[in-house]
Ligand binder design. Structure first.
Ligand code: FMN
Length: 183
C-alpha cells in the first residue's frame, strides 16, 4: 500500500472531479490515496509524507491555471523525488470541436516552463458549465466554442470527460507503484 497524494487546481470543479475519481480508483486498489487543492496550506507537508504524487488541473485561457503552475514550480523537487504523474483537463482534449494536438501542447508548455517532466501524462476532456458561468463568461464561451464547432446550448451543461480513461490512468499508476515495490 502506497500513500498517494493527488494535487489539483480547478476553477469550475471538473479537474477536482477528475482528482476525486483518481483517488477513489486508487483507494479501491488498496492504496491510501488523498486529494489536496493546490493552494491548501498543508500542501508542503502532505507532499513530504507521500510516497507518490499525481498533479493535475484545468486549462483556462490557453494555459494551465496559475495555481497549478505555481505548485509545480514551488514543489518540483518534492514531486520529482517520488513516482509522479500529471493530468490536464481541457475542452481541447475532447468533445465536439476538440483539438487534441492543442491539448497536448498545453502539457508540453507546462513542462517547458516549470522544468518538471512527469513520468506519465494524461490529457482528459473537461466540461462546459454554461449554467454556472457568469453572463460574460457564458457569452464568451458560447462564441469561442461555437467557432470551434462545439456545443452552444447555454441553457445546459455538457460533460465530455471519459471516466473510464481516468480510471485507467489511476489504475496504471497504482500498478506501476506496486510493481516498483515488488522489484
Ligand atoms: C474562461 C474559460 C477559459 C477556458 N479556456 C480554455 C482554453 O484556452 N483551452 C481549452 O482547451 N479549454 C479551455 N477552457 C475549458 C476548461 O479547460 C474546461 O471547461 C475544464 O473542464 C475546466 O476545468 P475546471 O472545471 O476544473 O475549472 C476554458 C474554460 C473557461 C470557463
Amino acid at each position: 500500500m502506497s500513500r498517494i497524494l493527488i494535487v489539483f487546481a480547478s476553477v469550475d470543479g471538473q479537474a477536482a472531479r477528475v482528482a476525486e475519481r483518481i483517488r477513489a480508483t486508487l483507494a479501491q486498489a488498496g492504496h491510501a490515496a488523498a486529494t489536496i487543492g493546490a493552494v491548501a496550506p498543508g500542501l508542503a507537508r502532505a507532499l513530504e509524507e507521500s510516497d507518490a504524487v499525481i498533479v493535475g488541473g484545468a486549462i483556462r485561457y490557453g494555459r494551465h491555471v496559475q495555481d497549478l503552475e505555481s505548485v509545480v514550480r514551488t514543489h518540483v523537487a518534492a514531486i520529482e523525488a517520488r513516482p509522479n504523474a500529471f493530468f490536464s483537463v481541457s475542452l481541447s482534449a475532447g468533445g465536439p470541436g476538440a483539438r487534441p494536438a492543442v491539448a497536448a501542447r498545453y502539457a508540453e508548455e507546462l513542462a517547458e516552463r516549470s522544468g518538471w517532466h512527469p513520468q506519465g501524462t494524461a490529457i482528459f476532456a473537461g466540461a462546459l458549465r454554461y449554467t454556472r458561468y457568469n453572463p460574460i463568461i457564458r457569452i464568451m464561451m458560447r462564441l469561442i466554442v461555437g467557432i470551434a464547432g462545439g456545443d452552444t446550448d447555454t441553457t445546459r451543461d455538457y460533460e465530455y470527460t471519459d471516466w473510464r480513461a481516468v480510471e485507467r490512468f489511476a489504475g496504471e499508476f497504482g500498478s506501476r507503484l506496486e510493481a516498483a515495490r515488488a522489484a
